[in-house]
Design a protein around this ligand. Structure first.
Ligand code: TYD
Length: 248
């Protein structure tokens, strides 16, 4: 894994459009703030910075463009995001949770648009000076189910959402292929389940990846003692102790 030696924790959420990434990211952020006592920074790509918002408008709602221009705009957004927001937060010891990161480019611009996977990955690694997440959560969902969910919101689809079913199918396959090659970083979750069931799995798996399992276990034990029961799981996720450290 490249360059994850900062004091903070870096987590990315990935998946197709409309799979529920932002809801799951927010729930995980609230939980990790309580569990670790650390600052939690929730952000997203494209558009996590002021410059990024301009790039987001261009790439999602601007004139049509070729796949290389598209890949470069996402990479430019990412370069600025990492330099001005993500790295400083990680250096402060924060938990940074981003809704999409480099793997979106590999899945969409390589898998979807059919640029070379290595080219797209190298472009992003150059843009970010090699920063990879400690853990990446893939919310996996059949693109036709995700499309139905999006249709239900009544929002106007952006350039990428309009790219068609075959594009989104290739994107999903690219994600799953990529997740299979690095199981230490990736957590694959079936996003067709209930929001709370998905979140429960994410908490367990993220805690394990970040070395926080002992902190969670202690919280479960304390909650069980407080409630006079051995099954304090749910209480623990809500009432975990503050100010305890993981990984390191
Ligand atoms: P996002 O706002 O996350 O959309 P959604 O909430 O629907 O998932 O992302 C906007 C779109 O940009 C989405 O269709 C995925 C696409 N995208 C790429 O194609 N490449 C990238 O590198 C990133 C970050 C996003």
């Amino acid at each position: 894994m490249a360059d994850v030696s900062t004091p903070g924790f870096f987590i990315s959420f990935e998946g197709g459009d409309g799979v529920g990434k932002s809801t799951q990211a927010r729930l995980l952020g609230d939980w990790l703030a309580g569990l670790t006592g650390r600052e939690v920074v929730l952000t997203r790509e494209p558009g996590g910075t002021d410059l990024g918002k301009e790039l987001r408008a261009a790439v999602l709602h601007g004139a049509d463009m070729g796949p290389r221009a598209e890949a470069l705009l996402y990479a430019a957004d990412r370069a600025h995001h990492v330099e001005s927001l993500i790295r400083p937060a990680l250096e402060r010891g924060a938990v940074v949770i981003t809704d999409r990161y480099l793997d979106s480019s590999v899945a969409y611009q390589a898998g979807g648009r059919t640029l070379g996977e290595d080219d797209v990955e190298h472009l992003s690694l150059w843009a970010t000076d090699g920063l990879l997440p400690d853990a990446t959560v893939l919310l996996d969902l059949d693109p036709s189910v995700a499309a139905e969910r999006r249709a239900g919101t009544g929002e106007t689809p952006d350039r990428l959402e309009r790219a068609g079913e075959e594009f989104h199918r290739r994107t999903r396959e690219a994600y799953l292929r990529r997740a299979g090659t690095d199981p230490d970083r990736w957590i694959v979750v079936d996003a067709a389940r209930l929001v709370e069931d998905i979140q429960a799995q994410i908490r367990v798996d993220v805690a394990a990846r970040l070395g926080l399992t002992p902190v969670v276990t202690e919280a479960v034990t304390e909650a069980a003692e407080r409630h006079g029961t051995e099954s304090g799981n749910r209480a623990a996720t809500d009432q975990a102790p503050r100010g305890q450290e993981g990984r390191a």
